[in-house]
Structure formats: C-alpha cells, structure tokens
Design a protein around this ligand. Sequence first.
Ligand code: PGA
Length: 247
Amino acid sequence: MRRKLAAGNWKMNGSRAALAELTALEPAAAGAAEVLICPPAPLVALAADHAQAVQIGGQDCHANQSGAHTGDTSAAILKDAGAGYVILGHSERRADYGESDADVRAKCDAAWEAGLTAVVCVGETLDQRESQNTLDIIGGQLAGSIPDAATGHNLVVAYEPVWAIGTGKIPTLEQIGDVHDFIRAKLERRFGEGVGLSVRLLYGGSVKPSNAQEIFGVSNVDGALVGGASLKAADFNQIIAALNAEA
Ligand code: PGA
C-alpha cells in the first residue's frame, strides 16, 4: 500500500563531483523502497540526467510558476529540470525566511499545479515540546500548510522535530510513534480514510545508519527525511537497506 521512501536532503551541500554518490545509490534504489535525493537547485537538472532509479527533488519552490522573483526557483522550473518532488516548509526555511503555514500552503499549491509531489515538513521546537505543546503545534502546521486537494500521490508529510535536526538527538521511539499516529489520524479525519491512509509519513532529524532500523519499526513511519547522513552513499545506502528490509 504505502511505498516506503528514503529521502535525502543535501541542503546547501554538494557539487558536480558529488553526483557520483547518486550512482552509488542506484543498486539500493532498485529495491522495494523509493529513494529520493534533493540537491541544491543548480544541481537538480544534472542530478536528474544522471539518476536512474533514484528520484530527484528540489528543496523549496516559489508560490508562482514564473516572473520577477530574483533568486527564486519555481515548481515549473524544477519539474522541467527533471524533479518529481519538492521539500516544502523545512524548519530551516521557516526559521531563516520566516515562512508561515500560509506561505507553505501556497507553495504546495504551486508544486501540485506543476505536477510535483510535495514533502511538507512539520515539527516542534524544544521549547514547544517541553511546554507540552507538540501536538497542538503539529496539528496547526498540518491544517495551515496543506491545501485541500491532498492525495496519497501528491503529498508526503515529514515529521522533523526542530531540536533533532543536525543535533544527534532523537525523540524516543514512543514519542515518534505518538506524533506519527496523531498525523495519520488528522489526515484521515480531514481527507477521508482513503487519502489519509495513503499519504506517506517520514521521520526526520538525526537519522543515521545506527538508528534507522529501530525508527523504521515504529508505527506509521513510512521512511525518513535524512540530512547529514544522505551526503555519503556509504551511510545512506545502509539507511535504504534498513528500509528495504521493512518493505
Ligand atoms: P539531519 O537533517 O538528518 O542532518 O538531522 C534532517 C533534515 O533537516 O531534513
């Protein structure tokens, strides 16, 4: 039913030479789980030309498809470059550029218009978790960031606790399961059981070869969104293998 997804977010890292890492992922990417790499925008077309089984995505898009927006990249341009996915509302963009839920929703509409699958990120800060507001925050982000036309094909949701990103800290498996079950229930309630059960839910934040297997065993975890450990094929291949073993 839900195809597992191992997604790598290269953030502002990579080079033409780093595309060799993609080649090294191809054998694992031919397995049961889908493999996605999101390189920086200038590498998307090169990566898409280079990749075979590996899917390619962008890390952000503008809410418009074209126009006078210096420095931005549209969903239509990503699609034309060979992308199939785009990450939206990553906590680094929410923090660095003040992206609101409404901004993410508008970008999501643009992604769908261009035919991309959106990987919409949600997650609480440490303060929000410590003040017992995690589920309120996640619920608000889901309601505000996802447009009404969601399907199991055009939407993936990534739960990424802000305090777990790049820190080596991860929530307990129980905490991950609680949030993923909550997200699943919210999606089912809003979009109906058919859509709600078909949207893939990724966990993100300090996923590594050493913790991937236990995370993939948690209920409603359909894969991972991986930053640092996606940069080297030697690491990411182990994460993909752990996911293939679950699929
Ligand atoms: P990390 O990043 O795996 O380096 O913690 C995850 C992300 O930000 O998507």
